[in-house]
Design a protein around this ligand. Structure first.
Ligand code: G4P
Length: 525
């Protein structure tokens, strides 16, 4: 594939994530992509790290947990004159909130599907998040070297379950044991599994060069398949892809490093460069001179003795230069970007400059929060980073009452990091923590003990649901709050939250207060 070199640094950026169901091959594919970019020398490094946290008890080892999440939160590598920023979406279901936030910072996504299993639950969920922002998706159907489903069937499933048009770019030559390579439908190219060479041009699937790739008894059926695919299926079109309505599909085997080159070449060529980002006052475009960015993830640092954190910021416009002063819009105060960092497979390095689309880690001592906007002075706030209503709520039981103040501070910090959500009841009763997944409760407990010396336990809360409330009618939120004092709380930002003991109670209130909106997703302002 020939690529022209874009003039602006932002145009060279490809910031993307891989979405998949656990076990579909995300780690294996990540590894192979990094190999193409020269970011790692040996396949196996990503996996080795991942395996350290593969069990629940392992996960609780805090160093180990950070080992993976900091290092692989974002991986930057260059290939085909493009700078790829691959943002990791944590594999564990319990951290879905983090995953969703990460997806607000990408411009495209690769959807990895297991060829035997098709669309699975988590893929669908992540896809829905991408759809909210019309993120263009490139599909990689993986594990073609294993027994797999009929390709037409798989494409049909994507179309039906995701309501997404498909355009196969390559077509598998055989499956399972007889998987021999791929055939490029539009360009009539054959790439062989057993030969590490460029794709070979052929006149069509019936070209003599294709003879011998498959056992004779499979050949006839394959020829028919390919001709049907060439004639009957949609061709790739850039417009619908960029709008998020059509996905180009590649077949391959991440394990055998097959089909990955076609995938990365296509990302270089068709995946969008950084998009404009919606802020409260206007759309910010990547080519603007002034630097802007937003924080979508906070990670406590590797060293538990120092309370410093890394805020992951996506640069949205301009050029971030090491040493520059930026304005933290929430507080209006300046923040010095003295040591922004880039991340590679196993390393980080100080970034001297970063451009729109890049993700930099900014070390800080708690100044930065999820959702924060940094600018070169302009008062604007990006509003795309969501917070999700917790599905589990607990009160914290503290055995040592002398530590109440310290606990409050620690919880505040954990909430700012996005580990848990914190709700302070209006009636002054003890704080309630909310999480999307149960594992977050374990992480909170472990970290409070290890980092703050505060042992805690949890108590059931009488509430099971939390909803942010809003209203277009003046004074309505206040009226509602006054009438429900013992069920009202403030979140970390002081926004009013209604806590309900049951779904029944919630729908009762919703009916009774038609002018109040109860929402389970809040976007940071
Ligand atoms: P994940 O990050 O999406 O959870 O998946 P991961 O890459 O860890 O892959 C899950 C399993 O599927 C691994 O096997 C991996 O080797 C295998 N796999 C990934 N891609 C392919 C492929 O293209 N073909 C085949 N045949 N297998 C593939 P495992 O047995 O769980 O791990 P391991 O023992 O191989 O490390």
């Amino acid at each position: 594939m020939t690529q022209t070199s874009p003039a602006l640094p932002a145009e060279r950026r490809r910031t993307f994530a891989i979405i998949s169901h656990p076990d579909a091959g995300k780690t294996t594919l990540t590894e192979k992509l990094l190999l193409f970019g020269g970011a790692i020398q040996l396949a196996g490094e990503v996996k080795a790290k991942r395996n350290r946290v593969s069990t629940r008890s392992d996960w609780m080892g805090i160093e180990k947990e950070r080992g993976i999440s900091v290092v692989t939160s974002v991986m930057t590598f260059e290939y085909a004159d493009r700078v790829f920023n691959l943002l990791d979406t944590p594999g564990h279901e319990d951290f879905s909130e983090d995953t969703y936030r990460t997806l607000t910072a990408v411009d495209s996504a690769v959807m990895v599907i297991d060829a035997a299993r098709g669309i699975e639950a988590r893929t669908r969920k992540l896809f829905e998040v991408c759809r909210l922002r019309d993120i263009p998706i490139v599909t990689f159907i993986n594990k073609m070297d294993r027994e797999s489903r009929d390709p037409f069937d798989l494409l049909d499933e994507i179309e039906k379950t995701l309501a997404l048009d498909t355009a196969p770019v390559t077509w598998p030559i055989g499956r399972g044991q007889s998987f021999a390579g791929t055939f490029d439908l539009a360009r009539n190219l054959v790439r062989r599994l057993d030969a590490d060479e460029d794709a070979i041009p052929v006149s069509g699937p019936d070209d003599p060069k294709c003879v011998g790739l498959l056992p004779e008894h499979e050949r006839e059926a394959w020829l028919e398949e390919v001709m049907l695919a060439q004639e009957g299926l949609k061709r790739f079109e850039l417009g619908p892809f960029r709008e998020g309505h059509l996905t180009p599909v590649f077949f391959g085997s991440a394990l055998k490093n097959f089909g990955v080159r076609d995938l990365i070449d296509s990302l270089a060529e068709i995946a969008p460069s950084p998009r404009g980002q919606e802020a409260d006052k206007r759309l910010v475009t990547p080519d603007e001179r002034g630097m802007t960015g937003f924080v979508f993830k906070i990670q406590a640092n590797m060293d538990p003795n120092h309370r410093d954190r890394i805020a992951f910021m996506r640069v949205c416009s301009g050029r971030l230069e090491r040493g520059m002063k930026a304005k933290l819009v929430r507080t209006g105060k300046p923040i010095s970007l003295s040591a922004p960092q880039f991340f590679f497979a196993q390393d980080r390095a100080i970034a001297d400059e970063a451009w729109a689309g890049d993700v930099v880690g900014i070390p800080n001592h708690g100044t930065l929060r999820i959702g924060d906007t940094l600018t070169e002075g302009e008062d604007l706030a990006f509003n795309g980073v969501p917070s999700f209503a917790p599905e589990i709520m607990r009160r914290i039981k503290l055995s040592d009452p002398m530590k109440a103040k310290k606990l409050r501070e620690a919880l505040q910090q954990m909430a700012e990091e996005g580990v848990v959500q914190l709700f302070l009841p209006q009636d002054g009763s003890p704080a309630i923590v909310g999480v999307v997944g149960a594992l977050q409760l374990d992480v909170l407990k472990e970290r409070l003990k290890a980092e703050y010396g505060i042992p805690i336990d949890y108590e059931q809360s009488r509430f099971t649901l939390a909803r942010w409330i809003m209203s277009d009618k003046k004074g309505e939120v206040e009226r509602f709050s006054d009438a429900h004092l013992s069920s009202m709380a403030k979140d970390l930002d002081g926004a009013p939250v209604f806590l309900a003991p049951s779904a029944y109670q919630l729908s009762y209130e919703q009916e009774k207060w038609p002018d109040v909106t109860f929402t389970d997703v809040k976007t940071y302002q």
